[in-house]
Design a protein around this ligand. Structure first.
Ligand code: GLU
Length: 270
């Protein structure tokens, strides 16, 4: 009996230390002095490049996380919707914070820590278009399709709303096309739309305010760095617990009137 206990105890010790080793797995990014982070550069409030400076909620979140991972410097690079997976797979970026929804399709190619926030898809139209009050009203309308973005799929493929798609490379291109009449609606995350709506205060756009999805914003990582993913999740928890998340959401989106969530989102798991 005593022998059996000893064996079990030894197995437990080994099991625990095995776990410890797995937890201490080396990460290619944790502790890096200069971290290269992918952000958007044309989405006001989230990731924008203004007078040579990157700014916005995603930019601030990226800086906070990089610091928690031990970085002394952060270098921001543009990560367009269509290029995010490729940039991570090729190791050109250490991680991405760029309105990047966690989806099953993307999880095949990259890993996600987080989510660090849950946005909701909504729609922006010209103010004169008073008939559009819900995603279904987009039937027969010209909808912006940003290459590599998931938002148009939510309308056309998931909800089967019969829109005609007008392809662009970025959401700022969508906004120009909405203004010049080459499309009728931009449907994407409320945080993106609120940022644009706030900037173009005088122009005639209208936020429909009929959210219809949960967009779990993940921190994109190259596949396989579980240690980095876990470290980022710990940092995200701290960001909420120490009040930084509330402060940043208020700073960037408080004036938009959007309903903001200031509690730690439910993590995906690494
Ligand atoms: N969150 C959506 C996505 O990841 C739309 C925004 C974007 O493309 O950056 O597809």
């Amino acid at each position: 009996m005593r022998v059996r206990h000893a064996v079990i105890a030894a197995a437990l010790v080994l099991g625990v230390s095995g776990c410890g080793l797995a937890g201490a797995q080396t990460s290619t990014i944790v502790g890096k002095e200069t971290m290269i982070v992918g952000v958007k550069i044309d989405q006001p409030g989230l990731g924008a490049l203004k007078k040579g400076r990157n700014e916005g909620f995603d930019v601030d979140v990226a800086a906070y996380l990089a610091r928690k991972l031990g970085a002394k410097n952060v270098v921001y690079k543009e990560a367009k919707s269509s290029e995010r997976e490729k940039l991570l797979q090729q190791g050109q970026l250490d991680f991405i914070v760029a309105s990047y929804s966690i989806t099953a399709e993307r999880k095949v190619k990259v890993d996600f820590a987080g989510p660090y926030y849950v946005a909701h898809q909504d729609t922006l139209v010209r103010a004169a278009d008073s008939g559009i009050t819900d995603v279904r009203d987009l039937a027969g309308k010209k909808l912006c399709q940003v290459t590599g973005s998931n938002s148009w799929r939510r309308v056309k493929e998931e909800r089967k709303v019969n829109v005609s798609l007008v392809e662009t490379k970025t959401y700022s291109d969508c906004m120009s096309k909405l203004a010049d009449g080459s499309l009728d609606a931009v449907s994407t995350d409320d945080l993106i739309l609120a940022g644009f709506a706030r900037e173009s205060r005088n122009s005639s756009v209208r936020f429909v305010n009929a959210p219809f999805t949960d967009e779990r914003y993940g921190v994109g990582l190259k596949k396989g760095d579980v240690a980095a993913c876990e470290a980022i999740n710990r940092a995200i928890s701290e960001m909420y617990l120490d009040g930084t998340a509330r402060e940043l959401l208020g700073k960037w989106f408080g004036p938009t009137g959007l309903k903001l969530t200031v509690t730690v989102p439910q993590f995906e798991g690494c």
